[in-house]
Design a protein around this ligand. Structure first.
Ligand code: ZN
Length: 406
């Protein structure tokens, strides 16, 4: 009796499978059953499969993870008319399967995200609590120590460890004048008690106060530790990782202590000049993230995580590294690497299908300065828990690709 072909829910066939966690880069098929990756092999028989996706000419990667977004849209105002986006706008609709909201909410307004945004999103949504107890609903979020509620923050993290991964603190005016490094210390005190990690925004984009420069060395080496994250690694703002035009020595010391370094492109937290200086110092960021907001999508210069990846690739980082920096590495930081961030058989089937397009592209920073790149990434499909998701049109009038020269 001939054997029946295996009945998979989905087979993605013919693509270049790029899975940095497993050192796989080959033309393979991926079969999915019950939301899990069932097989990664050449020539999988898809004749019994409920659904097939032809990925010929495309790249199939673990589901992209954006470690820094502002996607608590609709929590503050009844409309989307604010700077945060809806989770799926930053997530599956942009080819990204997991997002970390970095400090949009604080301990006292976290219930909306936990109880309503997470269950209603098709995207895997996690969050860091802002050290300011009301998050960015009340900017500036830290004006004095009264804006920090240690006990409430500990309680929220301890009661929702799958969703709330730690605390975000921004080293910006006026919080740094009011509290100095007592602000990130307060963040550490919360995660020391509750678990999770601290993400610190470096660079005083609010006021460029030189005080920020004095705080950074001790912040990097005395306060942050293993598993914590510095975001805005490629920022040119005062108090970020460059001082007098060169990388502060404490950055490498912090890395040796287990601190991670994230990009977080954002509105004004990335310049090509600063980025090239940091990277030419031999200091590569661990992760590429977007810091996406509603303004940053349509007006730029963020547009999308994939455009941020292309932007960082203009600095000499390979496509393969860019994929590692948006899959296995952020999964490791989030403590979810045993199930996400790879294409290992048996793990959750979060997958991104991408098109790597050759061309003459123009990437832009907030100042308006541009840099040319020969490659750009276009999302084709996000598969979340084994289910193909619908893609948005893209941030540009023509779709997803960056501006093309000529
Ligand atoms: Zn941010």
């Amino acid at each position: 009796m001939p054997t029946e072909p295996t009945s998979y829910d989905l087979v993605i066939s013919g693509g270049r499978v790029l899975d940095p966690a497993n050192n796989v880069d080959a033309k393979l098929d991926i079969a999915i059953s019950k939301g899990k990756i069932a097989a990664v092999e050449a020539n999988i028989d898809s004749s019994g499969s409920k659904r097939t996706v032809d990925a010929t000419g495309l790249i199939v990667t673990p589901g992209l993870i954006d470690l820094h977004v502002h996607a608590a849209g609709g929590i503050r105002k009844p409309s989307n008319d604010e700077f945060m986006v809806a989770p799926d706008t930053a997530g599956v609709s942009a080819g990204v399967t997991t997002i970390l909201d970095a400090g949009s909410i604080g301990a006292l307004n976290s219930g909306g995200l936990v109880n309503y945004l997470v269950p209603n999103a098709n995207t895997r949504l996690m969050a860091l609590l802002n050290i300011g107890k009301m998050g960015v609903a009340n900017l500036p979020e830290v004006k004095s120590a009264d804006d920090i509620n240690h006990d409430a923050s500990v309680e929220v993290i301890q009661s929702n460890p799958e969703i709330i991964k730690g605390v975000k603190a921004r080293m910006v005016t006026p919080g740094i004048q009011a509290l100095g490094n007592d602000m990130p210390k307060a963040a550490k005190a919360i995660t020391d008690e509750a678990g999770g990690f601290v993400m610190v925004h470096v660079g005083d984009i609010a006021a460029q106060d030189p005080l920020a420069v004095d705080l950074t060395p001790s912040l990097l080496t005395d306060i942050l530790g293993e598993g914590d994250v510095v975001t805005h690694t490629l920022s040119g703002a005062v108090g970020a990782l460059l001082a007098n035009g060169s990388l502060v020595s404490q950055a490498q010391e912090a890395r040796n202590n287990g601190v991670y370094f994230d990009v977080g492109v954002g509105g004004g937290n990335f310049t090509f000049e600063a980025a090239q200086t940091v990277i030419d110092s031999g200091f590569l960021p661990d992760t590429i993230s977007s810091d996406i907001t509603a303004m940053g999508i349509y007006a730029g210069p963020v547009f999308s995580l994939v455009e941020c990846m292309g932007k960082v690739m203009t600095l000499g980082i390979s496509f393969e590294d860019a994929i590692r920096m948006t899959t296995s590495k952020p999964a490791e930081i989030l403590g979810i690497g045993d199930d996400l961030g790879s294409l290992s058989v048996g793990t959750t089937a979060d997958i991104s299908i991408l098109d790597l397009v050759e061309g003459d592209f123009s990437f832009r920073e907030a100042s308006g300065a541009t840099k040319a790149g020969s490659q750009a990434i276009k999302p084709v499909m996000a598969v979340k828990d084994g289910v193909p998701q619908a893609l948005d049109h893209g941030p540009h009038p023509w779709g997803w690709l960056p501006v093309q020269n000529g």
